[in-house]
Design a protein around this ligand. Structure first.
Ligand SMILES: [Zn+2]
Length: 565
């Protein structure tokens, strides 16, 4: 409001206003649009799952400047926002954009420029794909060949391969192939030579495998770093193209936010710059790798946040994975009585890190698979959290929990962050590793959810597929795509459809302190949503894996629209 001061001049103007036609037209325009609500577009004729506290559905949403300004009935919003663009959802279902609470987005981008070994059925199959990759990319001798995704548990011969064939078939290429879980790898002799790896070499938290005193090429956990650190980086242009391709693939399955676990400050800088250029529209939450460079840089500065980037956590590793028997168990492996896995660091390290992070504004998120690793981390967290709190410190995977330890999640408000497709990928052999009693405390999602009343869900891609629909299906049906096992695997730990949706949206946002800005479709929140061809809450369970995303919208911008059928 302007203060009204009557000077002689404007008093005269009020008595004798200088009226012109242009002014009258302007005045009319102002008055007619006065009080008319403004929006950029109204999405209507939809079944919008708002994911609000009452789990309400509405027909329409009005969006302005990337945010939701109103929700309600189609007729009401169309009448109220007359000038807004109209987007007809044709009666389809609308959900908040999916959030993957634990994934490796840059790792996935990376996988798009390396040999994809996921789904291979034998070691020979892997060799075939390497040959195709070298030929297709016309790689010159001496170029590093990297691959990822092999899993000997899926093969007829369920043993680790050895490097012999790599050396005889591709002697001119240093080759490094990471196992699906990232906790083991096989390297060719040329790669081992470049890294200076020798038979008999010992190291903490890892193993250089030998047979009859000779290197087999298999490297477990920390031993993989020996080779990884001598592999040259991809070029910036290669990485940019791969990241944008990864983003396109993620938008096509409805992901609008990804929590990327274990990045460096340099990765963060690359993401930030691609976002600022407007090329990377994906929202990213970053867990920084447990590395002195990251601690030195970030602990002094505190969390970093922009509209699309949130660097607020550190990712620590307690142990390896169950598949490669690197998970740290309280008792020996059922199928390998001489081993029970190991912690990747000395126990005291986890207590020190917990203290260090507690005094900063960051979250601690620790990878723990085995029941012993989970117990250690729960105790290390408890030593600084003391009791109830809102720090939302997380255990990533929380895969095998001893019956005596579940209560610690609730007692200290420690958040289990789980990836339901791990249950249905591992269910064929988890019982071999753990035995019938211990396996009951594995993949115990419902039990874990009850501890705090909420649970964030993710995929861990590229360890698993990127599709959130697979997460939804795995956690609700607890079956594989073929409907095995009938009745579901350890079904007592299934979540309901509503809980599954919450886990992929609002609870996933909450896992990174972002529930006030996204994760549900409510007034004031970002307009991040997807439109699907079927209703996830209503469709037959067996149809969940066929659900297609028709459109994905981030911050009011349609970033993906499905073409054709
Ligand atoms: Zn992971």
């Amino acid at each position: 409001m302007f203060p009204v001061i009557f000077t002689r001049k404007n008093f005269v103007m009020m008595v004798r206003p200088p009226v012109s036609v242009a002014f009258l037209v302007f005045l009319f325009f102002c008055l007619s649009s006065f009080g008319q609500a403004k929006a950029d577009f109204v999405l209507y004729n939809a079944k919008v799952y708002t994911m609000n506290a009452g789990f309400q559905t509405v027909e329409a949403v009005a969006i302005k400047d990337g945010r939701i300004v109103e929700l309600g009935k189609s007729a009401t919003l169309l009448a109220k926002y007359k000038q807004a663009k109209k987007v007809d959802a044709a009666g389809k279902s609308v959900y908040p954009g999916f959030i993957d609470a634990h994934a490796h987005f840059l790792g996935y981008a990376h996988s798009l420029i390396t040999v994809d070994l996921t789904g291979t059925t034998s070691w020979e199959d892997c060799l075939e794909r390497i040959r195709d990759f070298i030929n297709k990319k016309s790689l010159t001798p001496g170029t590093w060949v990297q691959g990822r995704g092999w899993d000997q548990n899926d093969w007829l011969v369920k043993e680790f391969p050895d490097k012999q064939k790599l050396d005889s078939l591709f002697p001119a290429y240093p080759i490094f192939l990471t196992r699906i879980d990232g906790h083991a790898a096989i390297a060719s002799q040329l790669a081992l030579d470049k890294a200076g790896v020798k038979a008999g070499q010992e190291l903490v938290g890892g193993k250089v495998e030998t047979r009859h005193g000779m290197l087999t090429g298999i490297l477990v956990d920390n031993a993989t770093d020996l080779v990884e650190r001598v592999i040259p980086d991809f070029s910036a242009i290669q990485m940019r193209d791969a990241i944008l391709q990864a983003q396109e693939n993620c938008f096509a399955v409805g992901l609008t936010t990804i929590v990327d676990c274990g990045l460096s400050r340099f990765d963060v800088a690359a993401i930030d710059s691609l976002q600022k250029k407007g090329e990377l529209k994906m929202r990213m939450v970053v867990m920084l790798a447990d590395d002195p460079i990251n601690y030195n840089y970030y602990l002094a500065r505190g969390p970093y946040k922009t509209e699309r980037l949130n660097v607020n956590a550190f990712k620590i590793y307690a142990d390896g994975a169950l598949g490669s028997r690197g998970a740290c168990l309280l008792k020996p492996y059922t199928d390998k009585p001489e081993g029970q896995g190991f912690l990747l660091r000395n126990k005291s390290y986890y207590y020190e890190v917990a203290r260090k992070i507690y005094n900063s504004g960051f979250q601690a998120c620790t990878h723990a698979i085995g029941d012993s690793a989970n117990r250690e981390i729960l105790h290390a967290y408890a030593s600084v959290l003391k009791g109830k709190n809102n720090r939302r410190w997380r255990i990533e995977h929380a895969q095998v929990i001893n019956a005596a330890d579940f209560g610690l999640f609730g007692k200290y408000n420690i958040i289990p962050s789980v990836q339901p497709t791990h249950a249905t990928s591992d269910m064929y052999w988890a019982i071999d590793r753990l035995g019938p009693d211990r396996v009951k405390g594995a993949y115990a999602y419902a039990h874990l959810m009850n501890e705090n009343g909420w649970i964030p869900l993710g995929t861990d891609f590229p360890v698993e597929d990127i599709s959130p629909f697979k997460t939804f299906y795995a956690v609700v049906a607890r079956q594989d795509a073929g409907g095995y096992p009938r009745g579901g695997y350890q079904k007592e730990n299934a979540l309901t459809r509503k809980q599954a949706l919450l886990g992929m949206t609002l609870w996933a946002a909450k896992g990174s302190f972002e529930e006030k800005e996204k994760g549900s479709l409510e007034k004031g929140k970002w307009a991040d949503f997807i439109i699907t061809d079927q209703d996830l809450m209503q469709c037959k369970m067996e149809d969940v894996l066929k659900v297609k995303v028709l459109a994905t919208c981030v911050q009011g911008e349609f970033v993906y629209e499905k073409r054709g059928n």
